[in-house]
Design a protein around this ligand. Structure first.
Ligand code: MF3
Ligand code: CO
Length: 289
């Protein structure tokens, strides 16, 4: 059904189509004609949805802040899981990982050579010199948020410290590349080039993802991609930037005993930060961090 220019816009803003998304649709059509992978309407978040997702993110951020205040050497990763479960539910949220495709815990805790999806355990004690990624995801009123941070426990080696700080820098570089009508490949390439320049290897097999109405939506976001490839970023597209960056080689393996935990093949350290963003008319808005 074709929308008249004076009809209400499909995005639910209440504005007339011609004053809202008509120009957007024309531009999308033009990029599609040029061969770009343009996101469908179902991936474009409306202002109302963005407001709801931000409420979810407020919980997610508060949970990570709470972890930051409490994390210390001698704690088990299961203690971190408890912090996450308690704070999330206290704030009215649900930890998104819990029961997700059979995942047994509320958070992922990935220590040293664990690339991602470390499962909290009472037998895993974090100690001075460890680096750990705490990856929190929240469902709040049905809306999803997802971000992760690195924590350095006490004094860590200079090379681990630099890795953690550089991966954070790569997130800033990625954010600076979030501009409408450019591609996710531009962003992924910029992250990869920076990481390579520092002598690291970016994990190829696992990346970021669309998010908001579901935990994982289209697009898949690579951080080793080529410029002017992958999905076009358009206002309202929401996704995560979450490169996993290895001190050694890029290869990884999955712990078959639990089917989740990913390690570096050479058992050298890996670091990751994750932010959730939405593309705006002139750049991006950070949703969760
Ligand atoms: N938080 C992870 C991400 O960034 C997803 C982990 S899936 C889980 O996409 F089940 F392990 F939580
Ligand atoms: Co994610």
């Amino acid at each position: 059904m074709k929308l008249g220019r004076n009809d209400a816009c499909w995005c639910g803003s209440g504005k007339k189509y011609k004053q809202c998304h008509e120009g957007f649709d024309t531009k999308c059509k033009e990029f599609r004609r040029l061969g770009y992978d343009v996101p469908g309407r179902e991936l474009i978040k409306t202002p109302e949805q963005i407001a709801k997702i931000k409420e979810s993110a407020a919980v997610n951020i508060a949970v990570l802040d709470y972890v930051a205040e409490n994390i210390k050497a001698g704690m088990s990763t299961e203690d971190i899981d408890r912090l996450v479960y308690d704070k999330t539910t206290e704030l009215g949220g649900i930890p998104a990982p819990l029961g997700f495709e059979g995942y047994p815990k509320s958070v992922c805790t990935s220590v040293n050579d664990v690339v991602c999806h470390g499962i909290p355990s009472k037998d895993e004690i974090i100690k001075e010199g460890d680096i750990i990624n705490v990856d929190c995801s929240t469902i709040y009123n049905g809306y999803y948020s997802d971000s992760s941070r690195m924590f350095m426990i006490g004094n860590v080696s200079p090379e681990k410290k630099k890795l953690v700080e550089d991966v954070k820098k790569s997130i800033e570089i990625g954010l600076s590349m979030v501009k409408p009508w450019t591609t996710l490949g531009d962003l992924g390439h910029a992250i990869n080039m920076f990481c390579e320049s520092q002598g690291y290897k970016v994990v190829r097999e696992i990346g970021g993802h669309g998010i908001g109405l579901e935990f994982h939506e289209e697009p898949w976001v690579s951080f080793v991609s080529e410029p002017d490839t992958e999905m076009l970023m358009v206002p309202g597209l929401m996704f995560t930037i979450e490169p996993m960056v290895n001190l050694g080689g890029p290869d990884i393996f999955c712990d078959e005993s639990n089917g989740w935990t990913i390690y570096t093949m050479d058992r050298k350290p890996s670091a990751q930060w994750e932010v959730q963003v939405v593309v705006t008319e002139d750049g991006y808005e950070l949703i969760s961090w």
